[in-house]
Design a protein around this ligand. Structure first.
Ligand code: NAD
Length: 506
């Protein structure tokens, strides 16, 4: 890796990525365009140039999978899964625990890849690495949890409902938190006894795929149980149609999720969809304005607003509106923006198409009457933190998920109007309520139609032990993480046992 970077970007002084640590460097000496199938093999579809969002420079070349790679991976995974499922749950957990230990030792590598490949500011990259370890450890704990129930039945029949793995799980992951959003599915799927075929986003195949493969390979995961196939929508579609894949877990946009749900449904697969959001933060009239402004800014701008849980609507009581907007604008102007390697707070958006999309939403909203108080400009892929005030329903900034660093501020007159504004639209992922009277905030929060509710916090909160997922167009009603992992990554097998077969009447 270091070698390839040196040849593709020789003029980067302090930027060489560390060697891949205690595991073999799969790229050095074996050529370009590889996939991971338990070994590093040549992809059928050529190469993908992985570009650094901050500079546009090519970081590395990875293999581009195509449908035939999916077929081969799924077949191999199905074969390998049989022995894996037969292992003691604690034996599987040991491998997942070891992967956590290995990935803990890869901190420097992981953080740098997240900064360079995904455009993550340093603290976001560090938090993502820590969260990845949390998801691995939580999945490992599944090995010590109950695996089913003894059911009431008619003696001497013994009746057992047992959790059994599904077989091969296809994971389709996005670019924004590439490591965590892939791992939160890969780790519990493996721990529960499945094999996995992972398709990372083609813009983040290393942090969203190859680093995971390295950690599990070094942890002793038997070959064939984890495949990493970078590629585009065509590869995702091939996963949805493959006869050897039992379940698809997809994290991404609502549009792509619909296509995935339709195709996987036609092929009778279990489908889990974690989709977009337009998450409201309600700031009540008794809120501490300094804390409210900090929460609104963090929720709207963290990772450039490229988070499904980003605060997409800041709903503020009209008595605090002007003060909040002034504070947000001051923060927007003060935050350093640029290359994450320069220690900025706000890094680049993932690609030029996303910059154009964010800008179009901002400009159309201004044309529709919103007030641009700060930002609204960009330098290359770096979009300035932006504050739009006076935003109302019907404006694109109110209605659409922006996936950019835009604080969208709307005033409300009373609690009923706040609830109405928060619940508008198709999404229902996360909500936050900030206020001094906690009982009142909880009562208001209970009226919001979301899968996550945070009283006295902004909307971007995730923990490995908490069930994650939304209402409405934010998903298909499924949940992932915490107690939901047993539901999602296993199914039930009912077994009865009797000492002798009954003598039926004929
Ligand atoms: P996207 O839907 O374009 O891509 C996500 C993944 O799906 C990528 O791997 C992509 O290659 C693949 N894909 C795209 N079209 C496909 C198709 N037709 N069939 C199969 N696979 C396909 O999403 P994006 O723009 O990269 O990510 C941003 C979106 O993801 C936002 O809407 C965001 O809210 C959402 N997201 C949701 C969560 C969550 O947990 N709810 C988390 C992160 C991001």
């Amino acid at each position: 890796m270091t070698k390839q970077l040196a040849s593709s970007a020789p003029d980067l002084p302090h930027l060489d990525l560390p060697h891949m640590g205690q595991v073999d460097d799969p790229w050095g000496g074996v050529g370009e365009g590889r996939l991971f199938t338990g070994a590093w093999v040549q992809a059928r579809g050529g190469v993908i140039e992985v570009k650094e969002p901050a500079t546009g420079r090519v970081l590395t070349l990875v293999g581009r999978a195509e449908a035939a790679d999916v077929r081969a991976a799924a077949q191999a995974a199905r074969v390998a899964q049989v022995d894996w499922a037969a292992r003691a749950p604690t034996a599987r957990a040991e491998v997942v625990e070891e992967a956590a230990r290995v990935m803990g030792g890869m901190a420097d590598t992981v953080v740098r890849w997240l900064m360079r490949e995904a455009g993550s500011a340093g603290p976001k990259a560090q938090v993502e690495h820590q969260h990845a370890l949390g998801f691995l450890r939580h999945a490992a704990a599944m090995g010590q949890e109950p695996q089913g129930h003894i059911l009431a039945s008619v003696p001497p029949r013994r009746s057992v409902a047992e959790r059994v793995p599904l077989g091969v799980v296809g994971v389709i992951a996005p670019f924004n938190f590439p490591l965590v959003l892939a791992l939160r599915a890969v780790a519990p799927a493996l721990a529960a006894g499945n094999a996995v075929v992972l398709k990372p986003d083609p813009r983040t195949p290393v942090s969203g795929g190859f680093l995971i493969a390295q950690a599990f390979a070094a942890a002793g995961l038997p070959p064939g149980l984890l495949h990493v196939l970078p590629g585009g929508a065509d590869v995702g579609q091939a996963l949805c149609a493959d006869p050897d894949i039992a379940m698809i877990t997809f994290t991404g946009s609502t549009g792509a999720g619909r296509a995935v749900g339709e195709l996987a449904g036609r092929h009778l697969k279990k489908v889990q969809l974690e989709l977009g959001g337009k998450n409201a933060l309600v700031i009540l009239d008794d809120a501490d304005i300094d804390l409210a402004a900090r929460n609104a800014a963090w929720g709207a701008w963290l990772h450039q607003g490229q988070i499904c849980m980003s605060t997409g609507r800041i709903l503020v009581h009209h008595s605090l509106h002007d003060d909040l907007v002034t504070r947000l604008a001051a923060k927007a102007r003060a935050l350093p923006v640029g290359d994450p390697l320069d220690g900025v707070a706000i890094g680049p958006l993932i690609d030029p198409g996303q910059v154009a999309r964010v800008d179009a939403i901002v400009q159309a909203s201004v044309a529709a009457g919103a007030r641009l108080v700060a930002g609204g400009t960009h330098d290359g892929r770096c979009y300035a933190p932006t504050v739009l005030a006076g935003v109302t329903p019907g404006m694109p900034a109110f209605d659409e998920e922006i996936f950019g660093p835009v604080a969208v501020v709307t005033a409300f007159a009373d609690d009923d109007q706040a609830v109405d504004l928060a619940n508008r639209g198709q999404y229902g992922l996360a909500a936050g309520v900030i206020g001094a009277n906690v009982d009142r905030a909880v009562r208001l929060g209970a009226r919001l139609r979301t899968g996550h509710l945070h009283i006295n916090d902004q909307t971007v909160v995730a923990e490995p032990q908490a069930p994650f997922g939304g209402m409405g167009a934010s998903g298909n009603g499924s949940r992932i993480s915490g107690p939901a992992n047993w539901d999602e990554f296993t199914t039930w097998r009912w077994t009865t046992v009797q000492p002798t077969a009954p003598a039926y009447p004929y």
